[in-house]
Design a protein around this ligand. Structure first.
Ligand SMILES: Cc1ncc(COP(=O)(O)O)c(C=O)c1O
Length: 434
C-alpha cells in the first residue's frame, strides 16, 4: 500500500465521472449504451461564443492574466448579476474560477474551521458533501422529501441550525431533482436564517441552472433579499446555460472585497488564472443577444423533453415521477422496482464491505447499464449520508428525443427482467463495478 495523507479518505467524488469507464467497458463488450448519466447539455456552444474564442486565440490571449478574473469579465459579470438580482455588484467582489465547481470546495476552505457545521441539500450536487470532511467540517444534510416536492423546507432548516453552523448550501433550480423554489419559499428560508444565524454564517447560493426554468417561472436569488445580501455567496457559471462544459468558466460574487481577496489568493495558489481566451468568450456569452436567443431555444427544448420523459417514465411500473421546474434532470422514485426485483432484500443481505458501497437502486443502475445498455445515476451519487432507504435514479434529459425514448424502453425492460437480474447478481461481476 502506498502511504497517503489521511485527508484522502475524507474526500468523495462525482459519480457521473465514475460511470464513464463502466460505459466504456460495456461498449467494449458490444453492448450499445444510451447515455442519460451526464449533466451536460447536448447543444453546440452558441456560435458567437465560438467566434470570440477563435478571435481571442488568434489575437494572442494565451498568457497569464488576472488571477481573480480579467477586469473586463468581472465587470460584465457584475453588470449581469446585479441587473438580474436588483442591486449593484462591485466587480472587485467577483471571482472567476475554472468552472462552477471550484467555488464549492474553495468556499469551505475560506469559511470553515474544523468542527464547523455545513448544511446542504441531500439529494444534492455531490461536491457539497464530498468536500466537507476534507476541510475538517461536519456535514449536516437537509433531506429533501419527495412528499413535499423535494423542497428545501424552512422548518427542516430551522431544526438543523446550531451555534456551529457556518455555511448553508442552496441550489435552485436543483440538481438532481429539478426543484425550483418560489420567492415565498426563499423568503421563508431567509426568515429562518435571519432569526437563527449570526452575521458570519454564509449562504452559498448555487445558481448555475438559473437560466433553465420551465412553465414561465423566473429565477429568484436569495441574495435579492436585502438582509441576505451581506451573507450570500452567489455562484454561477457558463457550463449549463451556454452548453459550454469544456470552457471551464464559473464565478462567485462574494459579500465583500475582503472575502473576494481570500478566493483570489486561493486561485493564485491552485491554478494562477482561468485561460484568458475563455474569459473573452464568456463576455460574449453574457452580452450577445444571439447567444441569449440560443439559451432560450435550448431551454424550451428541455421543457418539451421534460414532458416527454415525465410521461414516459410515469407510465412504467414501479416508477414515481415529480415534474421538475428547471434544470435538465428527472429524479424518479423506483422503490416499486427495487421491491418487485427483491433488490432491497438482496442488498440488505450483502456482506458489509459490499453493502456499504452500493444500494438497491445502485444495483439496479449497474444492471440497467450492463444488461440493458442505459446509463443513469442512483440516489447515492447525490449525497451518501442518510441515503439508505431512498430509492431513486437521476436521468439526464440532455439527449435527443429518440435517445430518451430508447432509454425509457431500456429502463422498462430492465425493471421487468427478473431472470436477467438473477444472472447478473449471481455471476458477481457487478462487484468489480462498485
Ligand atoms: C448544482 C451544480 N453546481 C455546480 C456544478 C459544476 O459546474 P461546472 O461543470 O461548471 O464545474 C454542477 C455541475 O453539474 C451542478 O450541477
Amino acid at each position: 500500500m502506498v502511504w497517503l495523507a489521511s485527508r484522502n479518505t475524507r474526500i468523495d467524488t462525482e459519480n457521473a465521472f465514475r460511470v464513464g469507464p463502466l460505459i466504456a467497458a460495456t461498449e467494449a463488450r458490444g453492448q450499445s449504451v444510451v447515455r442519460l448519466n451526464f449533466g451536460e447539455p447536448d447543444f453546440p456552444v452558441p456560435a458567437p461564443i465560438v467566434a470570440t474564442l477563435k478571435q481571442a486565440l488568434d489575437g494572442g490571449a494565451t498568457r497569464y492574466c488576472d488571477p481573480q478574473g480579467t477586469p473586463e469579465l468581472r465587470q460584465a459579470i457584475a453588470t449581469h448579476v446585479g441587473s438580474r438580482r436588483g442591486f449593484e455588484v462591485d466587480p472587485a467582489t467577483v471571482v472567476v474560477f475554472p468552472g462552477g465547481k471550484p467555488a464549492i470546495g474553495l468556499s469551505q476552505q475560506v469559511y470553515c474551521e474544523p468542527g464547523d457545521e455545513v448544511i446542504y441539500p441531500s439529494p444534492g450536487f455531490p461536491i457539497y458533501e464530498s468536500f466537507i470532511r476534507y476541510v475538517g467540517a461536519v456535514p449536516v444534510p437537509l433531506h429533501l422529501d419527495a412528499g413535499n416536492g423535494f423542497s428545501f423546507d424552512a422548518d427542516a432548516l430551522a431544526d438543523l441550525i446550531t451555534p456551529r453552523t457556518r455555511m448553508i448550501y442552496l441550489n435552485f433550480p436543483s440538481n438532481p431533482t429539478g426543484g425550483v423554489a418560489s420567492r415565498a419559499q426563499i423568503e421563508r428560508l431567509a426568515a429562518v436564517i435571519d432569526a437563527r444565524c449570526g452575521p458570519d454564517v454564509r449562504i452559498f447560493s448555487d445558481e448555475i441552472y438559473e437560466d433553465i426554468l420551465f412553465d414561465g417561472a423566473e429565477h429568484f436569488s436569495i441574495a435579492s433579499l436585502p438582509s441576505m445580501r451581506s451573507r450570500t455567496v452567489i455562484a454561477s457559471g457558463f457550463s449549463k446555460s451556454f452548453a459550454w462544459t469544456g470552457g471551464r468558466v464559473g464565478y462567485a460574487v462574494l459579500p465583500n472585497r475582503e472575502e473576494a481577496e481570500c478566493f483570489r489568493r486561493l486561485n493564485i495558489n491552485y491554478f494562477s488564472c482561468v485561460p484568458p481566451y475563455n474569459q473573452s468568450a464568456a463576455i460574449t456569452a453574457l452580452e450577445s443577444a444571439e447567444v441569449w436567443q440560443a439559451v432560450s431555444e435550448m431551454t424550451r427544448t428541455f421543457e418539451r423533453r421534460r414532458d416527454l420523459v415525465c410521461d414516459g417514465v410515469a407510465a412504467l411500473d414501479g416508477f414515481t415521477v415529480q415534474r421538475p421546474g428547471g434544470a435538465f434532470y428527472l429524479f424518479p422514485g423506483i422503490e416499486g422496482v427495487c421491491d418487485a426485483l427483491d433488490l432491497i432484500g438482496f442488498h440488505a443481505n450483502l456482506p458489509d464491505e459490499l453493502r456499504l458501497k452500493t444500494s438497491p437502486s445502485g444495483l439496479f443502475q449497474l444492471f440497467a447499464l450492463d444488461a440493458h445498455g442505459v446509463a443513469v445515476l442512483d440516489r447515492r451519487a447525490f449525497g451518501q449520508i442518510g441515503a439508505d432507504g431512498h430509492h431513486y435514479l437521476r436521468l439526464s434529459i440532455a439527449a435527443a428525443d429518440e435517445t430518451l425514448l430508447e432509454g425509457i424502453a431500456a429502463l422498462k425492460n430492465a425493471s421487468s427482467d427478473v431472470a436477467g437480474l438473477k444472472r447478473f447478481l449471481q455471476d458477481g461481476l457487478w462487484e468489480a463495478m462498485l
